[in-house]
Design a binder for this molecule. Structure first.
Ligand code: THU
Length: 132
C-alpha cells in the first residue's frame, strides 16, 4: 500500500467517529506533516447547525494543539456519502495556512473509486494573504 492509500484509509477509518446526526454526512480527515506525524479529525455538528466543525479543520487543530510546527505535506479526506469529497472553501484556506500551495497534496477517492492525489492549487489557485 502506498502512502496516499494509507492516509486515505486512516481518514476512512476515523470517519466512523463523525458526529453528524443532522446532515448524516460523515467526514474523516488525516493530515501528514513533514516530520511524519499524522493527525485525525472528524466533522462535529451541533443542533445550532452553523456551529458545525469540519473534519479537516479538526485534524489541523489537533496538529497545532499537539505542538506541530512543521509544514503540512498532505491531507486525505473521506466521506462514505460522496466520492471526491473536496474540502470546503474555508478548509482550503486553513490547509493553505500550513503548507505551500503546490506542495500540499489533497488525497481523495476519485469518481472511479480510486485513491488519487491532487494538489491544493487544483482547488485553491489563489488564497487570502496579508503581505507584511
Ligand atoms: N464537512 C466537512 O467535514 N468538511 C468539508 O470540507 C465540508 C463539509 C461537513 C460539515 C457537515 O457536518 C457535513 O460535512 C455536511 O455539510
Amino acid at each position: 500500500m502506498d502512502l496516499s492509500e494509507e492516509l486515505f484509509n486512516e481518514a476512512k477509518k476515523i470517519s466512523a467517529k463523525s458526529y453528524s446526526p443532522y446532515s448524516n454526512f460523515p467526514v474523516g480527515a488525516c493530515c501528514l506533516f513533514k516530520d511524519g506525524s499524522r493527525y485525525l479529525g472528524v466533522n462535529v455538528e451541533n443542533v445550532s447547525y452553523g456551529l458545525t466543525l469540519c473534519a479537516e479543520r479538526n485534524a489541523l487543530s489537533s496538529a497545532i494543539t499537539n505542538g506541530q510546527e512543521d509544514s503540512l505535506i498532505a491531507i486525505a479526506i473521506y466521506s462514505p456519502k460522496q466520492k471526491m469529497c473536496i474540502p470546503c472553501g474555508a478548509c482550503l484556506q486553513w490547509i493553505a495556512e500550513f503548507g505551500s500551495k503546490e506542495g500540499v497534496k489533497i488525497i481523495l477517492e476519485n469518481m472511479d473509486g480510486k485513491v488519487q492525489e491532487y494538489s491544493l492549487s487544483d482547488f485553491l489557485p489563489h488564497s487570502f494573504k496579508i503581505k507584511l
